[in-house]
Each structure stands twice: as C-alpha cells, then as structure tokens.
Design a protein around this ligand. Structure first.
Ligand code: HEM
Ligand SMILES: [Ca+2]
Length: 308
C-alpha cells in the first residue's frame, strides 16, 4: 500500500481522544485574536505539501549545519501567525497525549478548520502522517509557483505534482483571502511604458489604487494589499469574479482569466460558488495526501521546529 492509503479518519481515536477538540479550541482562539491566521496557515500548508509532500518540512528552523525550507526567499513572507497556531496546538497536544500527534497532521487539520471558519467548504482529512526528516532550502527553489512564471510553467509545476489544470485553478481560489506584499506585483504597476499608467490587463482605477497603496514599497517592504479586493477575508468566489474585471492582483491571477486553458474554470467558478467549493474541497483533500509519510518513513516530532 502507498503511504496515503495508510491514513485513516480516526487515527488518534484511542491514542489521543481529545485531538479534535484541542484542535478546534486552539484554532478558534487563535483566529479570533489574529484574523489573518487563516490565510497565513493556508499558504503555509500549500508550501509544505508542494515540497517533499505534507510532512511539516516547512516548519523546521535552520541550524548552523542546515539551511531549512523556511529560509528560502519565497517562504520568508510566511507570517508568524501560521507557525504560532501550529506551535500552540502542539503544546496543548503534548500535554494531553505526549509524543503522539505529528506536526503534519496538526498543520493539515488547522488549515482545514481555518478554511471552514473563513466561510469556505468543509472537507474530510485522513490522519496518520509522520513528520519528515529533511528540510533543505535547496529543495524549494523553482518548486513553488511564482507570479512571474508563465502559464505553461505554472501548469507544468502543478502537473509534476499530479494536479490538473482544473485543480490548479480551484486551489488558487485560495487567493480569495489574505494579502500580497507590494513587491509581488508592483513591477506590473510601475514598469509598463512611459505613457500607460499600468499593465493593460489591470483595471486602470485598480492600478491607480495599487500605485497609491504601494508608492513607498521600496522603502517600506512590509506594505501589502488584499488578494481579493472585494471580500478580502471571506472565503467565497469573488476572487474569480474579479479576474474578468481586471481586479486580479498578481500577474498569475490575471493570467488565469487570460489563458484559454484556465479561463473556462474561472468562468465556471465565478458563476457557481457551489462548483468552486466542491472542486476546492476535493483538491484540498488530494493536496492533504500528497507525498505523505507513514510508519517508519517519518517521525512524530517533539517540537515542530526541530527534528528529533
Ligand atoms: C498560480 C499559483 C500561485 C502563485 C503564483 C501564488 C503566489 C502567491 C504570492 C506571491 C502571494 C503573496 C505572498 C506575500 O506577499 O506574503 C500569495 C499569497 C497567498 N497564497 Fe498563493 N500562489 C499560488 C497558488 C496558491 C495556492 C494553490 C494556495 C493554497 C491552496 C495559495 C494560498 C495563498 C494564500 C492563502 C495567500 C495569502 C497569504 C497571507 O495572507 O499571508 N496560493 N500567493
Ligand atoms: Ca473573498
């Protein structure tokens, strides 16, 4: 059997009967006190799963002997709240059931609960992942999508992990919540031509608003903008409705509408939120099982930021 077939819905039923309750309590408290936790954690989960599978490799801290994934340039913007919610859950779970619950299962369930809390679909996740024993910065480079990549490149990247074009479009609907830092899109807003105020695929008023919001971004790299300008913290399908209007923030977002291979799915999900939720839930279940390790292929870390 492959590792993912060894995952089960009730993996902790006997060994940690309070697992679900502890996860719900921790995640709810954290999201209420820091409402950006949901988007932060969803992005971190994606970055974990795409590199060596969902094995919490993204949580490991660098040491003098090993530069870890989280110190890759693309991961430096992962917010502290995402690490914090996992650490809090791990601390409570270690008190209740020491040495039993993996950091990768914690990150998977926290993400699922947060998506639902933000208004998104509920989906089932199976459990029993073990944590990885490898986390290297060199595994990250080129293996996570960047807004500057061409659509060919993005499609190939997702295909290399077994995800179809439709699944890629559905998963990227995650940009219905959260933020992007100005540097991720500002070259499109500024470096167009002498006369145009912006990239022609932007709505001109939106481009002007972005210029205003990001004017000082080179001096203040913390400046950031909502991914979904219409409903920034609600998990809904407005992300897709924005794209035909030129209100997609990242170049890769606007390309989802401009490219004929992805456009039909953008149109479907912008019309039909139910279809989006169903596709997102299914693709998240699949992502949650991507490259998982079970049994002796991994460990239950004592601390999520260090190998045992
Ligand atoms: C075409 C593929 C994708 C590209 C190019 C991309 C790129 C980006 C970039 C550049 C940011 C801004 C990060 C920052 O400035 O802090 C971002 C944010 C985000 N991404 Fe993606 N992403 C893609 C797909 C996905 C997928 C598949 C997911 C999850 C299933 C996801 C979830 C998120 C979330 C939730 C945020 C907001 C993070 C926050 O608020 O802290 N993205 N993405
Ligand atoms: Ca939204």
């Amino acid at each position: 059997a492959s590792n993912k077939q060894l995952l089960t819905p009730n993996y902790y039923k006997k060994t940690c009967p309070n697992f679900n309750q502890i996860m719900v309590d921790t995640v709810t408290n954290k999201q209420i006190s820091s409402p950006t936790t949901a988007s932060a954690t969803l992005r971190m989960f994606f970055h974990d799963c795409f590199i060596l599978g969902c094995d919490a490799s993204v949580l490991v801290s660098s040491t003098p002997f090993n530069k870890a994934e989280r110190d890759a340039d693309i991961n430096l913007s992962l917010p502290g709240d995402a690490f914090d919610v996992v650490t809090r859950a791990k601390t409570s779970l270690e008190l209740a059931c020491p040495g039993v619950v993996s950091c990768s299962d914690i990150l998977t369930v926290a993400t699922r609960n947060l998506v639902t809390m933000a208004g998104g679909p509920h989906y089932n996740v199976k459990l029993g992942r073990k944590d990885g024993r490898i986390s290297k910065v060199s595994n990250v480079e080129g293996n996570l999508p960047m807004p500057t990549m061409s659509m060919n490149h993005l499609i190939k990247l997702f295909a290399s992990r077994g995800f179809t074009i439709q699944e890629m479009v559905a998963l990227t609907g995650a940009h219905t919540i959260g933020f992007s830092h100005c540097k991720e899109f500002s070259s499109n807003v500024y470096n167009y031509s002498r006369t145009a105020t912006s990239d022609p695929t932007y709505n001109p008023r939106f481009a002007q608003a972005l210029k205003n919001a990001c004017g000082n971004y080179k001096k203040d790299p913390t400046l950031s903008v909502f991914n979904d300008v219409m409903s920034p913290s609600k998990f809904d399908n407005l992300y897709y409705q924005n794209l035909p209007k030129g209100l997609g923030l990242l170049k890769s977002d606007r390309s989802m509408f401009l490219d004929p291979r992805t456009r039909p799915y953008v149109e479907l999900y912008s019309r039909d939120q139910k279809a989006f939720f169903k596709a997102f839930a299914k693709a998240m279940e699949k992502l949650s099982e991507y490259g998982v390790k079970t049994g002796k292929n991994g460990e239950v870390r004592r601390r999520c930021d260090a190998f045992n």
